[in-house]
Design a protein around this ligand. Sequence first.
Ligand SMILES: [Zn+2]
Length: 501
Amino acid sequence: MPLHFEPFYQNLIDTLAAYHLAYSTMATDQLTIAPKKGAPRVNQALALLARAAFEIENDPENIAKIRDYAQRLPQSSLEKQEVELRLRQIDDQEAIPADFYQELIQTRADSGVAWHEAKEQANYKLFQPHLEKVIANTLKAQTYSPRYNGTNSYDLALDAYEAGMDQKQYDEFFAVIKEELIPFIAKVQAAQPIDTTKMNQVIDAERQAKFAQIVMDYLQADPERVYLSTTEHPFTEFFSNNDVRITTRYIEDNFLGGILSIVHEYGHALYSLNANPDYDKTMFIDAIGSGAHETQSRFLENHIGRSKAFWSYLYPTLIEHFPEFKDTSLDELIAMINASSASLIRTEADELTYPLHILIRYEIEKQMANGTLDYDHLPQLWADLYEQYLGIRPSNDQEGVLQDIHWSDGGIGYFPTYALGSAYAAQLYEAMEKEFDVDQALENGHIEKVVNWLKENVQQYGAQKTMRQIVEEVSHKPFDPHVYTNYLKNKYTKLYHLEEQ
Ligand SMILES: [Zn+2]
């Protein structure tokens, strides 16, 4: 049933949705097709738009009305739950001065531009002052929250991306990752490596784009609701319940990267496409945090996009489009798609070593949030951690500390959700497999079975529940990171024939 709000409140959410639409359209345009030189002008407009929306949201008169309205709404109504979710966000923002907020948005935009430039030139020094400023301003914004107590900066940052999480819980989570995966990865690295040279055959972007369309069809992506374009760092932008933009990039000597990006981003898109349409424009329409989102994207990427069942359906078409692979058997292809080796770039990392890339960022973020990071030596620290956990060192900043966009807009607290999302996804997959034969559905091109299960059990709730709540309800047990580490160990024990040793 659609939610019914008083006209003042409905008008407020309609207005904010309009600002959001304008902002995301411009931001998406900038990251996909806009000419580079227009960026400063667009950034200025984005900052002004964000400020205008911020002022509406944080207008003291409006806030008083919303607080009063929350009191009048019936206790257990969805309307009350929605209004309270908004108030929680308002509480965090209310005391931020509008001038500072605009400065923060401007800092983020400028820093984004500087990051692009610095990454292109592989020169951290160009980015360092922007990074320091954007992180400082982001941390300063938190100090206005009533939940800020002088020492919980990182807790607040983590909670912003995955409601209910804090440093203590993440420390426990990453302790399991370290204990279970580091010695196991050493065993995999000592095993006979899988030769993946065939995966690096050059396939031009045009042919990749044609095959990408076939993957979109396999996913049953509705062209009337989802649009795919290309970008530097793939992302998904949600415009409305019926308009989601996903992006990918085609790397000539790594066609798999472009395909897996589509599958990953489509997982994000599904969250918005499958949320209950009655929640349109409300706080419920999107996931409660990006962590919840990553659960769905990583579910699709790892459990679907890297599975033998998925590729067994697409294999004949793959050979047709990329005759380069005509001498490659399906089993060889699957082994190459899942092969594990220490690598420098997070977005190209295999499923097994991926959480270690996150562990490294987590350890750096702790220092950022707690004010102990030495920014002058950040590239050094980055390289040392890669050496410690993965045994390799980047040769320049582009393949080191500058590779990811997240910190450039102050997004600390985001990275850890990638690893947690993978762990949640593994527990959801375990639950799904108990209900139907997932491989059979994928082999027969019936991905709708998977999508409907996710819609029914997870996505329809939007932000109404936290992902931890959903995972525990669906699997009928508490969240346990060992489900994830065991899944990885089983998968890679088979792939590398470790049981025979
Ligand atoms: Zn993602």
